[in-house]
Design a protein around this ligand. Structure first.
Ligand code: GLA
Length: 387
């Protein structure tokens, strides 16, 4: 892959002296959805797919960007004087935002960069290609300039940049999974204080299968930010009665006792999801430790129902994929994964059932949505690296 990246770099810029190649992974979340901005738990894995980048320092202050995924856009030129988000800047906003965030933390670069990217995460699939780009850029700055930042800080910088440069009020899960990924392990992260533990995923006769709906509904950012605002308002209403910092501090019993304080029915549903999903995630990790993968799968299914009915982030296409998955003998659990409104589902499927899973899900999707899904058997990978 290093050679491929240097090749792309050479074609784009007609030189290749001083080029370094780095990688950062995408992620898929097994359970714990829309809990990460509520001080709750998440349980993602880093993928073996992600974004590769080749970088070379320049002698002036120019920034040049090229993505082999968007060849038609050609080389996009900018400079360190122009670290402002703009619609025309498209995907390069993710890179500029990281340079801007580093500068804001006293890690300013004085000279520009030539950058090429190539990623193998399907575009718009909700497998965190943007977080992988952010972590890649932060990792590259650290390696190229010797800045002293930990991988956890790379995740925080990525989230800060996405919130403040890109206007997406995301939590920290995606960047954390990308920056802290560990091969064959999931990350059980408490977003209230960023304490975490790795949990080995050894599913013997089963695989984690991601199904890409290839659908991405519009207004995802505003719908996402609305959900977050609802949770924040519900939290304020509850804080009148209970001393909590986030919805993730509540037990199910406490939530049921105090939910009448939330003055809007829709907001009760949103807060309910956040509280119940957090508890489900804690239980799911315990089930995994107890080797009770059936219980883990049931919690995944419950997570989907809650995201569909209470949190309202599913869509008809995703529901078709999940319901078809549930109907297959040998599927332990299946749910929507990621931010929602399209993207992917994640399922745990027995090896013997993988073929029939693909067949049944493809048939249902074709019949009901006239579309063909894509499948990806997950390989859990490591965090960012130098090639
Ligand atoms: C997106 C966000 C994450 C998280 C998920 C939902 O992926 O970037 O921070 O909130 O949605 O769990």
């Amino acid at each position: 892959m290093k050679d491929k990246m240097i090749d792309i770099f050479t074609k784009a810029y007609k030189y290749n002296e001083g080029v370094s190649v780095f990688f950062a992974p995408g992620r898929v979340n097994l359970i714990g959805e829309h809990t990460d901005y509520n001080g709750g738990h998440v349980f993602p894995v880093a993928l073996s797919i992600g974004t590769y980048g080749a970088f070379a320092k320049r002698e002036d202050n120019r920034l040049r960007f090229y993505s082999a995924n968007f060849e038609e856009a050609g080389v996009i030129e900018s400079s360190l004087e122009d670290l402002n988000p703009s619609e025309e800047a498209g995907w390069t906003n993710y890179l500029k935002g990281i340079i801007w965030t580093f500068a804001g933390r006293g890690m300013k670069i004085e000279k520009g960069l030539d950058i090429v990217l190539w990623g193998n995460i399907p575009n718009g699939s909700g497998l965190s290609s943007s977080a992988s780009i952010e972590v890649l850029m932060g990792y590259a700055l650290r390696e190229l300039y010797g800045f002293s930042v930990t991988n956890v800080e790379l995740a925080q910088i990525g989230q800060y940049s996405e919130n403040n440069f890109n206007g997406m009020n995301c939590g920290i899960m995606d960047q954390f999974a990308s920056a802290m990924g560990k091969k064959d392990n999931a990350i059980f992260l408490d977003t209230a204080d960023l304490s975490f533990e790795y949990a080995p995923i050894a599913l013997k006769d089963k695989k984690i299968v991601v199904t890409n709906s290839k659908v991405k509904h519009s207004l995802v950012t505003s719908a996402y930010n609305d959900r977050r605002s609802s949770c924040e308002l519900a939290l304020k209403e509850l804080q009148g009665a209970v001393a909590i910092k986030g919805l993730g501090d509540l037990s199910v019993e406490q939530f049921e006792e105090y939910k009448h304080l939330i003055k809007d029915e829709d907001r009760v549903k949103k807060a309910k999801h956040a509280v119940y999903e957090n508890i489900r995630t804690i239980r799911a990790v315990q089930a995994l430790k107890d080797n009770d993968i059936e219980a883990f799968g049931k919690l995944m299914n419950e997570s989907h129902v809650s995201l569909r009915d209470d949190y309202d982030v599913s869509c008809p296409e995703i529901d078709v994929l999940v319901e078809a998955a549930w109907s297959v003998d040998g599927v332990t659990g299946s749910r929507i994964t990621g931010g929602g409104f399209g993207g992917c589902t994640v399922s745990i499927v027995e090896d013997r059932a993988i073929d029939s899973f693909k067949e049944v899900v493809t048939k249902a999707y074709k019949e009901k949505c006239d579309m063909v899904p894509e499948f990806y058997v997950v390989e859990i990978g490591n965090g960012p690296c130098t090639l």
